[in-house]
Write a protein that binds this ligand. Structure first.
Ligand code: NAD
Length: 479
């Protein structure tokens, strides 16, 4: 198993850097190390296809390519899920779900490829204004390691559907899975160079892609810290940016909820991908009259989740992405436990990169662990008395990615959902994402939207073509 670069349709570069299975600490393959030279070659290839071929105009070809890619991915569904678990550590059921979701999303955008529609107006008599939605150009897609299949697809599929060409830069931890997915394009009519792949351990390639004046769009999923660097580095070229960044999801639980029934669901929402999902439940805000039950049931639910190798079908919480990240998260959690009003459950660090969940109860939402994204199995329990207090506490954050409201009172659920400043709010559920439904961040959780039609629109420019056609002979202008 290896991952060279893929540039202009050729697999190039000698794989030399180990990709590690976080469950064992052992290498499972190697990837090629790239830099600015590979970035420049990939940009040139993508530019050539965009500027010199009819790719951007040929919607039917793009649909055929996307459908064939989905079919090829489908034949490798199980081996891709296995590779995802081995390279990322997540539980195999989650990997299977992610690959299935990715394939479904490719098919969704294959359909939309044939409906990149503009509109036509006559703003004054005899003047025809055509608004064409055109592909924005060459897109750099920078992907994190936590959900490398679906986060790749939700940028690449709408970019290709819109008529863009692309350079993919995966995270160093998940290069093998990315290469395996892109290899499936070889069974399609994708023009050589329409999609390219450059791997790297550092950030030189990614920085070149962001700074380059030959790249028109950057679609980035990752941390808010890196997102801010990208905004600054892209300023000179003023390219379009789509940024899907960090979050600190609140679950607001009202007193009419069935606490015993929802606590296990909150525990799973908090520990999905070992707590390494941007939308994972991080803060449980429960109405004060029910806090004792929530304390008991949530502690029990989190403690009952099985930690172990993701490849074992009975595992709920797999390894974190790597040993060093696991140590850093564990140290942050230790600091949080020192400050928290009450530690209800303290997770244990074990093996190469395993960490069981921690739950703390706390009253001051300003404390660092209620504010900062801690990318691991760590949850806070807080209380509120009134709706107004719940909204104030939930909105007291720089993030705005997602949240959930738990109540049987439909009107209240909708009212709170409207008041929460988040791109997604679930009612009596958490972490449900669909190819069809736009997702993205308010405030420092990002710019733009992915999934849905709006994601495709983010990879387009609107061109106004104005034609004074005049009015027909015998027709009198009124003014
Ligand atoms: P990260 O920001 O460290 O890295 C993400 C990607 O950016 C990697 O490919 C990395 O190589 C690249 N990168 C790093 N420095 C760069 C630079 N200076 N210029 C350009 N690219 C650079 O994030 P991570 O730790 O890999 O992923 C976890 C983060 O991603 C969390 O904050 C999580 O919330 C966020 N995330 C957000 C969403 C969302 O939909 N909003 C989804 C998944 C993950």
């Amino acid at each position: 198993m290896n991952a060279p670069h893929w540039i202009a349709g050729a697999w190039v570069g000698m794989p030399s850097v180990d990709s590690i299975d976080p469950a064992t600490g052992e290498p499972i393959g190697q990837f090629a190390e790239g830099g600015t030279a590979e970035a420049d070659a990939a940009i040139a290839a993508a530019r050539h296809v965009f500027d010199r071929t009819t790719w951007a105009q040929d919607a039917r070809l793009r649909q055929d390519v996307l459908l064939a890619w989905a079919a090829a991915l489908d034949t490798q569904r199980e081996s891709l899920a296995n590779l995802l678990t081995r390279e990322n550590g997540k539980a195999i059921a989650q990997s299977r779900g992610e690959i299935a979701g990715a394939i479904s999303e490719v098919r969704y955008y294959a359909g939309l490829a044939r409906h990149v529609a503009g509109h036509v107006l006559e703003p004054e008599p005899g003047t025809i204004s055509t608004m064409l939605r055109e592909a924005a150009g060459v897109t750099a897609i920078i992907v994190p390691w936590n959900a490398p299949a679906v986060l790749l697809v939700r940028s690449l599929a709408p970019a290709l559907a819109a008529g863009c060409t692309a350079i993919v830069k995966p995270a160093a931890q998940t290069t093998l899975l990315t290469a395996a997915m892109l290899r499936c394009f070889e069974q399609t009519a994708l023009p050589k160079g329409a999609v390219n792949l450059v791997n790297e351990t550092g950030h030189a390639t990614a920085e070149r892609l962001v700074e380059s004046h030959d790249v028109d769009v950057v679609s980035f999923t990752g941390s808010t810290v890196t997102g801010k660097k990208i905004v600054a580095a892209a300023a000179d070229s003023m390219k379009k940016l789509s940024l899907e960044l960090g979050g600190k999801s609140c679950c607001v639980v009202f007193e009419d909820s069935d606490i015993a029934a929802i606590a296990p669901r909150l525990a799973r929402a908090a520990t999905i991908i070992s707590g390494q999902q941007c939308t994972a439940a991080r803060r449980v805000l429960v109405q004060a009259s029910r806090v004792a039950e929530m304390r008991e049931h949530l502690t029990r639910a989190l403690a009952s989740l099985k930690v172990g190798p993701g490849i074992d079908a009975s595992t709920d919480i797999g390894a974190l992405i790597e040993g060093s990240a696991c140590d850093a998260i564990d140290q942050t959690i230790a600091r949080a436990c020192d400050l928290a009003d009450r530690v209800l459950l303290r997770g244990e660090r074990s093996g190469n990169a395993f960490l069981s969940p921690t739950l703390v109860e706390h009253s001051d939402p300003q404390t660092f662990f209620c504010q900062e994204e801690i990318f691991g199995p760590f949850v806070t329990l807080e209380t509120f008395e009134t709706e107004a207090e719940a909204i104030e506490k939930a909105n007291d954050t720089v993030f705005g990615l997602s949240a959930s409201v738990w109540t049987y009172d439909g009107a209240r659920a909708f009212r709170i959902a409207r008041a929460l400043r988040n791109g997604t709010v679930w009612i009596n559920d958490h972490n449900k994402l669909f190819a069809e439904a736009e997702t993205g961040g308010y405030r420092q959780s990002g710019l733009g939207r992915l999934h849905g039609y709006d994601a495709l629109a983010d990879f387009t420019e609107i061109k106004h073509i104005c034609m004074p056609a005049g009015v027909a002979d015998g027709v009198t202008p009124l003014r």
